[in-house]
Design a protein around this ligand. Sequence first.
Ligand SMILES: O=C(O)CCC(=O)C(=O)O
Ligand SMILES: [Fe+2]
Length: 127
Amino acid sequence: MSLFASIRGYISTAFRWQAGRQNNGYEKMLLFTARWPLPFDSYLIRYPDGSEIHPHTDPVQLGRHFRLNIVLKPPKSGGEFVCANPIFASKRIKFFRPDLCEHSVTRVKGGTRYVFSLGWMYGRNIS
Ligand SMILES: O=C(O)CCC(=O)C(=O)O
Ligand SMILES: [Fe+2]
């Protein structure tokens, strides 16, 4: 993709709520992203009551994918991040390899869950 096309794409998508990829009711807002020097993206993710994310991985074409998710606001119940072997996980902070470790979010029950998500990719496919 040319630089112009990606800048145009960024302007038309950033800072707007968009339906999440898997159509499970969550929405995401692209904040900042760059391809160089270290490819990264950052999102605000919103999970309304009843939304969830089924188990999945987030493969990348080149390199390793790391993601640091910070739960800004937990819902009343549900909305739990599930990942068998995160690099680090506390109640609010989840640091994991989305390309290697299958992960999911249980159904939100009451209230809205907000997450800040920062992801970056680097290196070759050595894992
Ligand atoms: O909201 C979350 O805790 C995880 C969302 C997710 O699938 C991801 O960040 O790759
Ligand atoms: Fe994911």
